[in-house]
Design a protein. Sequence first.
Length: 143
Amino acid sequence: MGVVISIVQLGSALAMVLGMHTMLGVFSTALPGGEQGIEIQFTDPVTIPFSLSPTNNGFLEATMEVSVSMVVDGVEIASDSEGVVVPPGSMVPVDLELSIPLDDAEDYFQEGSDLQLTTEISVSTLFDLISFSNRSTIEGGMQ
């Protein structure tokens, strides 16, 4: 009986290590690195594109959910979200886009407006037994 318990414990420890490796790897590659700017396209409607490239170098499948929203003066005015499955050894591109009418965007992007971009990234693996999520808010506005 002790051998079975030892095998179960070793299997659980191995699954946890593989799951953590997968989850943290996908999460870290989903975040843009370095200093990046946002290319706002002033058309009607104004579009703000976001691109992520999560890569899974682990041994387990991972599920990633990402959402981005724009909040002005405490009111959410645009949002987009997507969920993707990232198989082991692959990269899955994720493209999100915020769309705002041109007349409204001119008001939102003025100096002194209380503009925020909020992103939330959640990664899970091993049948959702191991998961991590992060929510970040970027204060913005035109200067």
